[in-house]
Ligand binder design. Structure first.
Ligand code: GUN
Length: 303
């Protein structure tokens, strides 16, 4: 790695602080007589990246005192059986949060499965009700990666009111929810995507650039405004320069960008650890919601 002009945003350190705070809150809840928060993690198939993500999520739960209940199934699991599992988890009072790891096998309709998760157990924040709550500024579950990006931005820059923010990517998992979060934080938001006309020009105007496109090192250093803050959501596996083995790189050409940016997240060690910390935060929130619901029968989506 070359020397950098900009400051590297240490996502691992930020995530560790967040996770320690969550672990404390779990201890406090249990001292007050509550059971441990519980997350059901559903993995269908053998996608190698998903296996790693699920292992990391379960390990993080354990460290924070959150119970995780793993449901692993072969790729051949039918959509009907997956929907039946989700229905059981929705109805199970011992389960606070449900996470169905994506991508699902091609024969399963992902949108249908996401819509089957009870909105109050939807710790991924992917259910249309939670997407709608976020888009309209209501409280709900916010997807973990965008929430992690916002947390990194706010701890690096403080107030981002009026900042010009460029989100590159319009996925339901990152781009769209992140745009809503940034609007709520009073940034001026542009969302660019594969059909945008002049990405270098859009990038040059931005105080904050968040890249979430899944294309290795696509954002170049000379595209950036000097002093910009760069959040790199990409995780791309590419061959090493030596030709032997592979390595992970982001959507931003890090060495170039770090010469121009004031702050930049590395890959790995930037956004990734924050995604997991925010999942724990959402699971704790789901557990609190479930406890509060015991005394409040009038919620719009009864279990
Ligand atoms: N696949 C890639 N990112 C995510 C995520 O945040 N949640 C789930 N469930 N699957 C994913």
């Amino acid at each position: 790695m070359m020397t950098t002009g900009g400051q590297i945003i240490d996502g691992k350190a930020h995530a560790a602080t967040l996770r320690a705070g969550i672990a404390q809150q779990v201890i406090a809840r249990m001292a007050a007589g509550a059971r441990a928060p519980a997350l059901a993690v559903v993995l269908v198939g053998d996608d190698p990246a998903s296996q790693v993500y699920v292992r990391n999520k379960i390990g993080a739960c354990e460290q924070a005192g959150i119970t995780s209940i793993e449901h692993r199934h072969d790729t051949s699991l039918s959509q009907a059986d997956l929907l039946a599992l989700v229905a059981r988890l929705n109805a199970d009072p011992a389960v606070d949060g449900i996470l169905v790891q994506l991508p699902l096998p091609a024969h399963i309709d992902t949108a249908c499965v996401i819509a089957a998760i009870h909105p109050d157990k939807d710790v991924d924040g992917f259910h249309p009700v939670n997407a709608g709550r976020l888009a309209t500024g209501l409280d709900g579950f916010v997807p973990c990666t965008p929430l992690g990006c916002l947390r990194l931005l706010e701890s690096t820059l403080g107030d981002i009111t009026g900042a010009e923010a460029l989100v590159i990517g319009r996925s339901n998992i990152v781009g769209r929810p992140l745009a809503s979060l940034l609007i709520s934080a009073s940034a001026t938001v542009t969302v660019a995507h594969s059909r945008s006309r002049d990405l270098p020009d859009l990038t040059r105007r931005a105080d904050i650039v968040i890249a979430a496109v899944g294309r290795a090192e696509m954002v170049r250093g000379h595209w950036l405004k000097p002093g910009a803050t760069v959040i790199d959501v990409g995780i791309n596996r590419v061959p090493r320069d030596s030709g032997v083995g592979t390595k992970l790189v982001g959507d931003v050409a890090f060495d170039e960008a770090a010469q121009v940016a004031a702050h930049i997240t590395p890959v790995p060690g930037g956004v990734g650890p924050m995604t997991i910390a925010c999942l724990l935060e959402n699971t704790l929130k789901a557990a609190s919601l479930a406890a509060a619901q015991d005394h409040s029968p009038q919620r719009p989506f009864p279990r």
